[in-house]
Design a protein around this ligand. Sequence first.
Ligand code: ADP
Length: 232
Amino acid sequence: MLKINNLMAGYGNATVLKGINIEIKSGEFVSIIGPNGAGKSTLLKCIFGIIKPSSGSIQFEDQNLRKMDSSEIIKKGLMLCPEGRQLVGTLTVQENIQLGAYLRNDDIKEDFHLIYQLFPRLQERKAQQARTLSGGEQQMTAIARALMGKPKLLILDEVTLGLAPIIIKEIGRKLLDLNKMKITMLLVEQNAQLALNLSDRSYVMEYGRIVKEGLSKDLKNDRDVQAAYLGV
Ligand code: ADP
C-alpha cells in the first residue's frame, strides 16, 4: 500500500532523513519506534507533502505522493492523527470530529454513527468544548477526527504522549479494533513497549536511518532493542 524508497529530506542544508526504506502492506499494523530527534516527524511531513524530499520516492497504491500537495494526498486515503492532538479547544467534540471530513462532500451521518459506537464516551460528550476534556478523551477525539477522513492508511504520531497507563491501554485496544476493521495502521511512537505489543511489524529509526526492522514479536526479544528501548 505504501512504499518509501531511499527517501532523503531535511531542512535547509541539514539532511535529516538519510535514505529511508519502508513498506506497508494493506491491512498491516506497522510501527516506527526511535528516540527523540531520529527524524520520525520529518518522515511524516514528507508523506503528507508538508516538506519536499530531496530524493527518493513515496508510492501509495500505485501513485507517487512526491508530486502531490497535502490535500491531494489526504484525498487518496491517508489521514494523520498528529502529535499533540491539535484540537480546536473552543469547538465541541462533534465539531472537531467533523473537521476531519473537510475534504469530503458525501454524507457523513453514518460515519458519526460508527465513530460513536467505537467511542461511546465521545458521544456522551459530543456537545462539550474540546478544551474541557481529559487528555485521553482529547486523544480519542483526535483519532475520531482522523477517522472522519475515511482513511485507508491511518498514521498516528505519538498518540500516548502524556497519558496515564490505564488510558494508554484503552487507546491501544481501540487501535487494534480499528485494524480489525481493515484500516491499515502506521503508529509512530516513543513508547516502544506499546508499539511492539500492538503492531505486526516494526522499524527502528535512529539518526535518520532505519537501523532494524522485523516482526514486532521478534524485535521484542532482540537484545539491542531491549537494551535501548525496553529498559531490559
Ligand atoms: P523525531 O520526530 O524523531 O523526534 P524530528 O523529525 O522532529 O525527529 O527531528 C529530526 C531532526 O530534524 C532533529 O535534529 C531536529 O532538530 C531537526 N528538525 C526538525 N524540525 C526542524 C525544522 N523545522 N527546522 C530545522 N530542523 C528541524
